[in-house]
Unconditional design. Structure first.
Lengths: 229, 225
């Protein structure tokens, strides 16, 4: 497994470079929006990657609740942090695009609002992890993750009542898109997932190491208090 | 009567008696809600027409903030003399403790709402244009939505540093759909412009989902080491 890490790293750098070139140079300019539309090559793949990591967090949390496996908890924390990062990217790139195209930075539309609420829920999840300590923290965090996952459909339905302004999903939503654009889009998505996976892997290993260090320290302090006698 | 219900009843009665003698929670909630009402009325200066539109948000924000006061002391009280630890080692079912606490909080917040509603009506010149009996349904479902999650998250935040700050940070994001439903339902009943049915159904769904989830997970949280 450890040998796969540098391979993934090289692949990610190559993919990110290639997809950046494709998105900024090769992709045709949009007939209506001009060059500003190119931000969707970052906005939408970030959103998809965000969902991947929040899904990983939910699954890992459920596994933790059933099995009490500490590795599942390390997966959950790494996935939650990455999810929040990609969620932030989505929330920042969205208004950057909306201002020139819609004429406003923000609107309380269903997709925007539910993404913001998702961000709020996961920030509170990370805060809980930060403010609690010891062996009970993974369990408390996992229950909160389950509550958050139960909340999302309700959030979606509650905001669904308002008129929606966000463009409908082009992939699988019946919209029309230039096949070249779609190709570059999917390429960017793949690059982002690889990048996310790379950072996720590092963060996961860091979390495992951090726990080992903590355990060793606790053990050492236990031994030290005994030895001077 | 099964042992679960009698334990729940005993805990509930104990909490109510404690509150009846000290009146800590209800007094601080009342004063807090009163402050919110006064401060809001300064910052909005509402006419009758306008206040009908914003009152839904105002009322529920005031109740939400005030409810946090009661929720925060739900479990903190049981830490003294290791009551919670005693409960943990006893064979009593965890869910009856949870239900008793949630019901107790429901009663406290409901009393607060009953006492505060006349004040809101007087200060903001409120009169329902829509079917007023629906307000009662919204209040019952909405209060339960706040306290069921509030009681659960209070048990979680009890285990954290600076627990009193933690509770609203956990409770508010999860409560967003419920709050939205309460506010929109109240506003549409007060203005009489829309039907509140969708929001009431949503609130009921929220209540069912999170009551089940709390009952399912509370034992784990209570016994978390």
């Amino acid at each position: 497994m450890k040998r796969a890490y540098p391979i993934l790293a090289v692949l990610t750098v190559a993919l990110l470079g290639y997809s950046l070139y494709e998105a900024l140079v090769v992709a045709p300019t949009d007939r209506l929006q001009g060059d500003v539309y190119r931000i969707i090559y970052y906005h939408v793949p970030s959103a998809w990657t965000m969902f991947t990591f929040f899904a990983i967090n939910f699954v890992a949390s459920v596994i933790y609740l059933i099995r009490r496996n500490l590795k599942a908890d390390a997966v959950a924390v790494a996935a939650a942090e990455l999810g929040v990062v990609f969620n932030t990217v989505v929330l920042v790139t969205g208004p950057l695009w909306a201002r020139p195209v819609w004429g406003i930075w923000w609107t309380w539309d269903i997709r925007l609002t539910s993404t913001l609420v998702l961000w709020l829920i996961y920030v509170s999840y990370l805060l809980l992890r930060r403010f609690s300590s010891g062996g009970q923290m993974p369990l408390l965090a996992a229950t909160l993750a389950v509550f958050g996952a139960l909340d999302m459909p309700l959030v979606y339905f509650s905001i669904w009542f308002f008129r929606t302004q966000h463009p409908q999903p082009v992939v699988g939503g019946g919209g029309s898109i230039d096949p070249r654009m779609l190709h570059i889009w999917l390429l960017n998505w793949f690059a982002f997932e690889c990048f996310g996976l790379l950072v996720f892997w590092s963060r996961y290993r860091l979390e495992i190491m951090r726990r080992e260090v903590e355990e060793t320290r606790e053990l050492e302090s236990l031994l030290e208090t005994r030895s001077p006698r | 009567m099964s042992s679960g219900t009698s334990i729940a009843r005993a805990t509930l009665l104990k909490d109510l008696r404690l509150e009846w003698r000290s009146k800590d929670a209800i007094n601080s909630m009342l004063f807090f809600a009163l402050l919110v009402v006064v401060i809001f009325s300064f910052s909005f200066d509402p006419t009758a027409e306008e206040s009908r539109r914003i009152a839904g948000g105002l009322v529920w924000v005031a109740f939400l903030f005030a409810a946090v006061v009661a929720l925060n002391q739900t479990w903190a009280r049981e830490l003294r003399n290791q009551v919670l630890d005693a409960y943990r080692v006893s064979p009593a079912p965890a869910n009856s403790l949870f239900l008793a606490k949630a019901l107790g909080n429901f009663i406290f917040v409901a009393v607060l709402e009953v006492l505060m509603t006349p004040l809101f009506i007087v200060f903001y010149n409120l009169r329902a244009e829509g079917p007023a009996y629906q307000l009662l349904v919204v209040a019952l479902l909405g209060t339960w939505a706040l306290v069921v999650n509030g009681t659960f998250f209070a048990a979680i935040s009890l285990r954290t540093r600076s627990r009193e700050i933690m509770l609203p940070l956990l409770l508010f994001p999860i409560s967003i759909p419920a709050l939205l439903a309460m506010v929109e339902a109240t506003s549409s009943i007060l203005t009489g412009e829309f039907s509140a049915r969708f929001w009431i159904v949503l609130l009921a769904a929220y209540d069912v989902v999170f009551t089940m989830a709390s009952l399912f997970l509370f034992e784990l949280v209570l016994n978390a080491e």
